[in-house]
Design a protein around this ligand. Structure first.
Ligand code: MTE
Ligand code: MO
Length: 254
């Protein structure tokens, strides 16, 4: 595939997502009609399959240090009210641990020191938010696939669900990805951004980087990763906070 095609596809992909975002932001009444909902979800499933065929194992573009954005917007929740979280933040997350459970052989509680001791991946990538802004940042952490391999997935596991410490409008933020993205080499649990520990507003102590998808999939403040067979039993059943409450697409391919 030529660079031209890639660029064109990226523009088309972003254009579609951007238009979707505007539409959903501005036309909430439209979203309430059942027919429109079916159209949206039908398009989502088709889009997901088409993008999977086109993308295969493709890597998201990586950039050079000289491309780093001088400012990186912090978006969505930029702080967490939860008292347990605040206590961990105050102590530098010294006694915090990431919980990995659900359809796994061994549930894990991984302190930051364990995540830092694993083989690390560093990548400079562009974050694209559905609201129409982008920024290039440097991210470091273990690959999610390695963490999942330590836990050992049971055969029924199909999705990784990220439970976050923050709430928006009283509802917990969560996100999910399939195992293709979970084991993609650029999918990492980042504890470091631009060569410093992740600040609170960018998702301390740990945030997902899933580079082939839009910003809202990159869960910040990740406390727990749950392996499930289906997304139906979780919260609104659509696999994520924005998917449940704003009809954002579950597969947000760029
Ligand atoms: N837990 C949590 N994760 C989140 C959000 C949020 O509000 N809460 N916002 C999402 C959105 S819409 C974007 S664009 C990115 C913003 O990441 P940044 O603050 O590093 O720019 O985080 C995503 N992950
Ligand atoms: Mo976003």
């Amino acid at each position: 595939m030529s660079e031209h095609d890639l660029t064109r596809r990226r523009l088309l992909g972003l254009g579609a997502a951007g238009a979707g975002g505007l539409l959903l932001g501005g036309c909430d009444r439209l979203n309430e009609s059942a027919g429109w909902r079916e159209t949206l979800h039908g398009a989502t499933a088709l889009n997901h399959r088409a993008q999977r065929l086109l993308m295969g194992d493709a890597l998201a573009r990586e950039f050079a240090e000289s491309d780093l954005s001088s400012t990186f917007r912090a978006n969505g929740s930029t702080s967490v009210a939860d008292a347990v979280y605040r206590a961990h933040l105050a102590s530098g997350f010294a006694s915090w641990a990431l919980r990995v459970d659900g359809l796994v052989h061994r549930a894990l509680d991984l302190p930051l020191s364990a995540l830092r001791a694993m083989p690390q991946r560093t990548q400079i990538t562009r974050h694209d938010c559905v609201e129409g802004w982008s920024a290039i940042g440097k991210w470091q952490g273990p690959q999610l696939g390695q963490v999942l391999a330590m836990a050992g997935l049971l055969p029924a596991a199909r999705y990784a669900v990220f439970h976050c410490a923050d709430r928006i409008g009283g509802r917990p933020y969560y996100e999910s990805i399939d195992l293709i993205d979970a084991f993609h080499p650029q999918t990492i649990l980042a504890w470091r951004m631009n060569d410093a520990p992740l600040p609170e507003r960018y998702g301390a102590p740990l945030r997902l980087r899933v580079e082939r998808q839009l910003g809202y999939k990159h869960a910040k403040f990740v406390m727990r990763i749950e392996l499930v067979a289906s997304l139906a039993g979780l919260f609104g059943g659509k696999g994520g906070y924005w998917e449940d409450h704003r009809d954002y697409q579950w597969y947000a391919g760029i």
